[in-house]
Design a protein around this ligand. Structure first.
Ligand code: FAD
Ligand code: 2HG
Ligand code: ZN
Length: 453
């Protein structure tokens, strides 16, 4: 059932953003109440679409005055149930806070509205002779504000770090109504607490980010992509470690198994690129042709079963396509649980075998899919054949992760999906400190009440 909104609260929201941008018709708001996976579905009395920082501040003021909870929502591509109104919240969509506002080519900084899709940020950086260091398959829908709110990782972390490493500063409205204005900050600045850094990864629980200033990276136009076959995940981990040491221009090192390759091939109507138990996709990017160095580094590896090399754009895209289509292909199998974990390098190979065994034992009929950002120690464990509400597989996978000194969330965040596990990972003192920070930034508890803590 759709939750209601008191007439005075509705009128105040209309005052804040204009009647055209307070959407209440359930048919119109339908796409905002269910997440990308379809696992998390809620309901909302209204979706509001502010266009400016001041309009966001006005919406937050209305929420405080009328005790309304808000879910900030960007592209709604988040994978942990944090971007949808599971407790009947008002959705604050950043869709109209979009656009690249400035590119400072001399300093290599770019400023964009929070609702700008990641792909538009990448385009603007490229047009200015730079590059943006973060990339992910959801680039056309995921917003830069959502990326900062989740500290998104993606396909280039091994080279440039996650979103946090690109962040110079944000503009945001905190739950108190106070403004954070760090858009004018410089590359070097140690004037007190890093409030923008605190908002990065806060998953919409401390403030609504309205704009971001990002650090760009040098463009490295000469690229080679190599797909390598290995006999096991442990062999692939060993090889990626060696490639990281041998190739300073390594831009990505990703992996997936034979079952994932077959699933994607079926979905795309093609055949797997590599016929081996594990495929590793490596990209190297430099200012001069890196092919010789890549050939030498690959030639020195042990246990390589197959090698496919691509230098021109279409063939590079063809080697990337299976890896980038896995999430979409898994979604066609049925409801699935997503566990996004990282492990110390020496645990990764064994973990990949053990997790499949334990899930199979705990939930007969469950199917485990494993792929991810091997260069960062980040594996995505997806499980199909399980009811959406059955937390057994989550407990099995995350329990094993903690046993093996790993992290229960490498890049997707905690959202609502992993809330019960945060204390086990971080401990009571860290949780108490997080609660105190949250209370200071959002004393009325209006921002994403169902997320994180
Ligand atoms: P949303 O999904 O709308 O929101 C995510 C969270 O951020 C929510 O808690 C929301 O409340 C909060 N939020 C959003 N905007 C704001 C704002 N302006 N201010 C405050 N809080 C805000 N993630 C990775 O890290 N790496 C990947 O490789 C990756 N690949 C993906 C591939 C696919 C096909 C899909 C569907 C998702 C993938 N993701 C990946 C997950 C997702 O794209 C990222 O988490 C992304 O950062 C979310 O951006 P969004 O704009 O869609 O945010
Ligand atoms: C990726 O790396 C994304 O492709 C999505 O982070 C992972 O679907 C997933 O579990
Ligand atoms: Zn990922």
């Amino acid at each position: 059932m759709t939750p209601g909104l008191a007439p005075a609260a509705l009128a105040a929201l209309v005052d804040a953003v204009g009647a055209d941008h307070v959407l209440t018709d359930a048919e119109v708001t339908a796409g905002h109440v269910v997440d990308w996976t379809g696992r998390f579905r809620g309901a909302t009395p209204a979706v509001v679409r502010p266009r400016t920082h001041d309009e966001v501040a006005a919406v937050v003021a209305v929420a405080r005055a009328h005790q309304l909870a808000i879910v900030p929502q960007g592209g709604n591509t988040g994978l942990v149930g944090g971007s949808v109104p599971l407790a009947g919240e008002v959705v604050l969509s950043t869709a109209r806070l979009a656009g690249v506002l400035a590119v400072d080519a001399a300093s290599g900084h770019l400023t964009a509205g929070a609702g700008t899709p990641l792909a538009r940020v990448q385009d603007a950086a490229r047009a200015a002779g730079w590059a943006y260091g973060v990339d992910l398959a959801a680039r056309d829908s995921a917003t830069i504000g959502g990326n900062v709110a989740t500290n998104a990782g993606g396909l280039r972390v091994v080279a440039h770090g996650p979103t946090r490493a690109q962040l110079v500063g944000v503009a945001a409205v905190l739950g108190t109504g106070a403004t954070v204005d760090d858009l004018g900050r410089l590359e070097k600045d140690v004037t007190g607490y890093d409030l923008s850094g605190l908002l990065c990864g806060s998953e919409g629980t401390l403030g609504v980010i309205t704009a971001v200033r990002l650090r760009l990276v040098p463009a490295r136009p000469e690229r080679v992509v190599v797909a390598l076959g290995f006999g096991s995940m442990a062999g692939a981990v060993e090889a990626v470690g060696r490639l990281r040491r041998a190739l300073p221009d390594l831009e990505a090192a990703e992996a997936y198994g034979a079952a994932e390759a077959e699933l994607v091939a079926g979905h795309l109507g093609s055949v797997p690129v590599v016929d081996a138990p594990v495929t590793v996709v490596v990209e190297v990017a430099a200012s001069t042709d890196p092919t010789d160095g890549v050939a030498e580094a690959v030639g020195a590896l042990d246990g390589v079963l197959e090698v496919h090399v691509a230098a021109d754009g279409p063939r590079r895209a063809a080697l990337w396509r299976p890896r980038e289509t896995i999430t979409e292909a898994i979604a066609t199998v049925g409801p699935h649980h997503k566990l996004d974990v990282s492990l110390p390098a020496d645990e990764l190979g064994d973990f990949a075998v053990e997790v499949e065994r334990r899930v199979g034992e705990a939930v007969p009929g469950a199917r485990t899919w494993i792929f991810g950002h091997l260069g960062d120690g980040n594996l995505h464990v997806n499980v199909t054949g399980v009811e959406p509400d059955d937390a057994t597989v989550d407990d099995v996978v995350l329990g094993l992760v903690l046993e093996r000194r790993g992290s229960i969330s490498a890049e997707h965040g905690i959202g609502t999906a992993k809330r019960a596990w945060l204390g086990r990972q971080r401990g009571d003192d860290a949780l108490a400190t997080m609660r105190a920070i949250r209370a200071a930034c959002d004393p009325d508890g209006i921002l994403n009440p169902a997320v994180l803590l």
